[in-house]
Design a protein around this ligand. Sequence first.
Ligand SMILES: *[C@@H]1O[C@H](CO)[C@@H](O)[C@H](O)[C@H]1NC(C)=O
Ligand SMILES: *[C@@H]1O[C@H](CO)[C@@H](O)[C@H](O)[C@H]1NC(C)=O
Ligand SMILES: *[C@@H]1O[C@H](CO)[C@@H](O)[C@H](O)[C@H]1NC(C)=O
Ligand SMILES: *[C@@H]1O[C@H](CO)[C@@H](O)[C@H](O)[C@H]1NC(C)=O
Ligand SMILES: *[C@@H]1O[C@H](CO)[C@@H](O)[C@H](O)[C@H]1NC(C)=O
Length: 683
Amino acid sequence: FPRRNQPGTKQKLLGHCSRTLLISGNVSGIALFEATERNCSLSPPYLPNTAVNSSLRLQELRERMHFSNISAYIIPGTDAHLSEYIAPRDARMAFMTGFTGSAGTAVVTLGKAALWTDSRYWVQAERQMDCNWELQKDVSINSIAVWLISEVPYGGKIGFDPFLFSLKTQEDYRMSLESSNRSLKSMPSNLVDQVWKERPPIPPDSLIRLPDRIIQRSWQMKVEQIRNQMKENPYKPTALLLSALDETAWLFNMRGNDIPYNPFFYSYTLLTMDEIWLFLHTERVTEEMRVYLNTSCGGPLCVRLKNYDAVLDHLKEYVSSGSGVKVWIGTEYTNYALFEVIKPEDKLMSSSYSPVLTTKAVKDDTEQRILRDAHVRDAVAVMQLLMWLEKVVPAGKQTELSASVYVNDCRSKQKDNKGPSFETISASGPNAALAHYSPTGESNRKLKVDEMYLVDSGGQYLDGTTDITRTVHWGTPTAMQKEAYTRVLMGNIEISRTVFPSGTRGVNMEMLGRRALWEVGLNYGHGTGHGVGNYFGVHEWPVGFQGNNIPFREGMFTSIEPGYYKDNDFGIRIEDIAVVVPAHTKYGHNYLTFDTVSLVPYDRKLIDVSLLSPVQLHWLNKYYETIRRLMAPELDRQGLHEVKSWMLRHTEPLVDSKSSSTIRSPSPTLVTLALAVLCLFYA
Ligand SMILES: *[C@@H]1O[C@H](CO)[C@@H](O)[C@H](O)[C@H]1NC(C)=O
Ligand SMILES: *[C@@H]1O[C@H](CO)[C@@H](O)[C@H](O)[C@H]1NC(C)=O
Ligand SMILES: *[C@@H]1O[C@H](CO)[C@@H](O)[C@H](O)[C@H]1NC(C)=O
Ligand SMILES: *[C@@H]1O[C@H](CO)[C@@H](O)[C@H](O)[C@H]1NC(C)=O
Ligand SMILES: *[C@@H]1O[C@H](CO)[C@@H](O)[C@H](O)[C@H]1NC(C)=O
């Protein structure tokens, strides 16, 4: 499910994931935060030392607002690319309010200031904000608009930075304020930036290109591929504007390090039939990169570099350069600032997703191969974690945080690892019932043999991005826990083994993941899966199982992640990444199915085999054979003998003891024996 985490939080690696596994990994020294909330009704108000004094910055912002003749200013928590994670320099909402949660909107008027955020963050907001700020326990734009109408005088103007609004956000505000005689004012120069003196700089690191060994399509080939789609489009676009950070990075096979967890760099691209304009911080482009991008020529396959900040003026200029121009944008990721200069309307062509996003969703053969490879190495790290936990949890010294540190550390030992792909969800007992939970110093729970434990984590590798969830129990699960776990697993298996015509939408098979749960009146409140990238975002649009995702085609990768959460008790999620592959059907052509590329066994203790249908059991045992076939050589290669025997133990074929009709592939020994008997017979 889509998660967004705090920007800029890098976990310190404390554990050791060594081959000999002589590890204590005791991180009991983690400092606890002072766990108190502000009290604004006392005089003077009580403020915990985690609260930020916002008086001065508010005063300075209000001076600018006054000067600009606006009565209110909206400060969203996103960046100009509507990114899932944002860089510290885009954390404007956090700077103004003190509140560092990943979701929220701040609004400042000349006399008041308020923050809107969802229930996950209410306590955090009460600890981080001072009494200049009201906390609004709502997130709808409508509730912000109602407040604005009550605070802003009749005829007043409400300023916003159009770079931080999606088209939809702008439209929602406009509609909610309609007929109130309060109007929105687009202000492309951000007011918070003007008062943020210590705003973090643009990251200085040079941008990198992916090595040739993991590239099938050069950027020139990709440019041709996209230009062909522009040519074939009946609306005849003359240019394509790329705004999402992964669009430009994909097109040029480039990566950067500007955003936590995502190897992206600040950029836009304007691609026409004969020109390629790349907007980025040009000082970060090395001489070698300039050669790579063919910057010193004049043809259709040369990249012209322009400064990142020049994109708006350049786009305006392009739009006014002739009556025949038409700019294609994807509405999901283009910000309102760029959209509003594409005028008149006949110069605009829009679709939900740009052709780059839909083309990128289908991985080429090389991308498929390397993404599978990355999952083999990633499975080593996850197995190391699970094996280690089995050993050390009974001693009672490990915590959610130490497990999270340990798995990151295991991943960092794997070839081409580039850190975690999101903030690990390491959740024990009732904490796992909160689907978005990540441990902090104060919520950190000790791992116990009588509680269920859920770990959802992933890595960035030069060749791929991973995301996997396993739920385990180290003691004796209750009957209910075992049943719920098995039914979640059945959902995972049912989707994974489905055969479907090419072009089927995920939303139309999503209920297969819920069916076994629905049968006993259980369910889960999040999506069933999302796309994943090659050293890219761990949540890659537009692949997935929701109504606004694109139909499945061969070569797409998606997570499959049903779950079940029991409030204040436990949480279960089983998440694998799978690739869409051809299915060989008896009669039809062009049918597809999933092939699971995550390679970590499920918890045997939690599987009630008698609930599985023979086909599900067969699928599971086949999957375990695949894990053995792919993981045994890798574990040998890495000299991880203990992990290998752990893996073999956990992938023993499962047998339904209550039924004699178990479907099992005959064991090699039996086949040999039978053959020997036959040979004897004929001899
Ligand atoms: C603030 O303090 C007053 C007086 O001690 C108390 O009655 C009130 O419940 C407190 N409010 C909060 C939100 O803690
Ligand atoms: C916040 O800072 C201002 C000066 O910048 C100071 O006057 C004020 O007393 C501070 N407020 C609190 C609650 O410390
Ligand atoms: C604000 O309003 C005043 C008076 O109407 C006007 O002189 C000034 O130019 C306005 N400033 C801006 C930035 O619009
Ligand atoms: C909106 O308010 C402004 C300023 O008070 C006024 O000039 C204008 O006529 C109002 N418009 C409507 C439609 O009421
Ligand atoms: C560089 O651009 C020129 C002019 O379009 C083109 O002929 C040449 O093939 C390009 N070189 C590369 C390596 O793309």
